[in-house]
Design a protein around this ligand. Structure first.
Ligand SMILES: [Zn+2]
Length: 405
């Protein structure tokens, strides 16, 4: 019975849909316009979609073989698309989609591989084969977060509804001025940042535009500005927030031994890595902190003699060995150029010198080979444009109604 009914409806359908010719009285009410669903730059309607993420060690054949694409077709595809997108660049953990014609026994029609948060490669799996590299449309929104430090920047950003990875962006902006692992309760932040969205989902790192950070009672404004060499951050007067370290911890000294992993040690009579740079200078010469920071050690060991260690920020630490006398204590805040001790030859030393050691991200490195970012202020020719940008952003960040989260 059911079948007959279906057939009847089908027949009526055919009759009703017969070409009525122009000016027919059979005009039906106008149907809403058909808008095909498009995704990845192709009509996605009526396709059957398999999706997954690339497994570790898997190549295109692991993914497309089960989708009915023959080994020969995969080889041809890989070869033909190589100059636009080399399939050997497909990486594990990235999402992909395979599109089949519905009810089709044919091999899959498209393979879409997501290269990163904003780009994908769409492969046409039928002859003559091909690949198109496309980008999703993105929206960049300006958002704001402000609050007071109660525990840590990460936690407090989340508490006020901001992305916690904004903490990393802020730490990069203030890398030379604020040690974010040593924030105080009551420090405050007010930050405008850009965030890129794809399909309403945030992607990538938020980017700081302007930040007013209050640390230990000092206001530390940071404004983003590009004076030709890429974005950098400046205070309201146009001084770079980056600070160069002093080139050497003692003035009028000479380097007597460089950082060398295979140095022959003059006292131990054997090869021993030298993780520092030795600056020879007369005993009693002042030793200077190469940058602002906090003294984490002021101590004595048999090898180091009297020494001082300074933590500058979450990236950099320095250490000064063989002092005749130390001039700072643990926990003390020091400024760049401040005298922290005096040259001597305590510990394992053949003569008066400072063995200067430099840590970057927990590793001892040769500071003479480090490429420090420039710390140039705003150039005179850019000052008007910079001041205009500062006024605009300052007005926006001070407008409490703006983008309050
Ligand atoms: Zn040394």
């Amino acid at each position: 019975m059911q079948r007959w009914l279906s057939l009847l409806i089908l027949c009526c359908g055919i009759l009703a849909c017969g070409d009525p010719g122009e000016g027919s009285a059979l005009t039906k009410p106008e149907a809403p316009p058909y808008i095909p669903i498009e995704r990845f730059g192709v009509i996605w309607d009526g396709l059957q979609i398999d999706s997954g993420t690339v497994q570790s060690g898997h190549s295109l054949s692991h993914i497309l073989g089960p989708a009915g694409v023959s080994a020969g077709a995969i080889a041809t595809l890989a070869n033909q698309t190589k100059t636009t997108y080399d399939v050997r660049n497909i990486r594990a953990q990235q999402p992909y989609w395979i599109a089949f014609d519905e009810d089709s026994v044919q091999p899959a029609r498209y393979f879409v591989y997501q290269r990163n948060a904003t780009q994908y490669a769409r492969f046409d799996l039928r002859p003559p084969y091909g690949v198109a590299l496309e980008s999703y449309s993105t929206d960049t929104l300006i958002e704001r977060a402000h609050g007071i430090i109660e525990s840590s920047l990460y936690v407090d950003l989340e508490r006020v509804g901001a992305p916690s990875n904004l903490a990393l962006s802020m730490a990069a902006v203030y890398a030379w001025t604020v040690d974010f692992s040593r924030l105080q309760e009551g420090d405050a932040f007010d930050v405008l940042y850009e965030r890129v969205y794809v399909n309403d989902q945030p992607v990538g790192m938020p980017r700081v535009i302007v930040c007013h950070f209050e640390h230990r009672g000092s206001k530390l404004p940071a404004y983003r500005f590009d004076q030709g060499a890429g974005n950098d951050y400046f205070d309201e007067d146009g001084n770079s927030l980056r600070k160069a370290f002093l080139k050497a911890p003692v003035e009028f000294s000479r380097i007597s031994s460089r950082y060398n992993l295979k140095r022959f040690h003059p006292i131990l009579n054997r090869t021993k890595a030298h993780y520092g740079t030795d600056y020879a200078a007369p005993a009693g010469t002042p030793i200077l902190a190469v940058g602002d920071g906090v003294v984490t050690k002021s101590s004595y060991t048999k090898g180091n003699g009297k020494y001082v260690k300074i933590r500058h920020n979450s990236t950099y630490k320095t250490q000064y060995l063989h002092m005749s006398k130390r001039a700072v204590t643990v926990g003390e805040h020091v400024r760049q150029g401040q005298v922290i001790g005096y040259v001597g030859s305590t510990g394992l030393a053949t003569g008066p010198h400072v063995c200067f050691r430099f840590w970057k991200n927990g590793k001892q490195v040769d500071h003479l080979k480090e490429d420090f970012p420039p710390s140039e202020p705003i150039e005179a020719s850019q000052m008007n444009a910079f001041q205009a940008a500062v006024s605009e952003w300052r007005a926006r960040i001070q407008d409490r109604e703006f983008a309050v989260r």
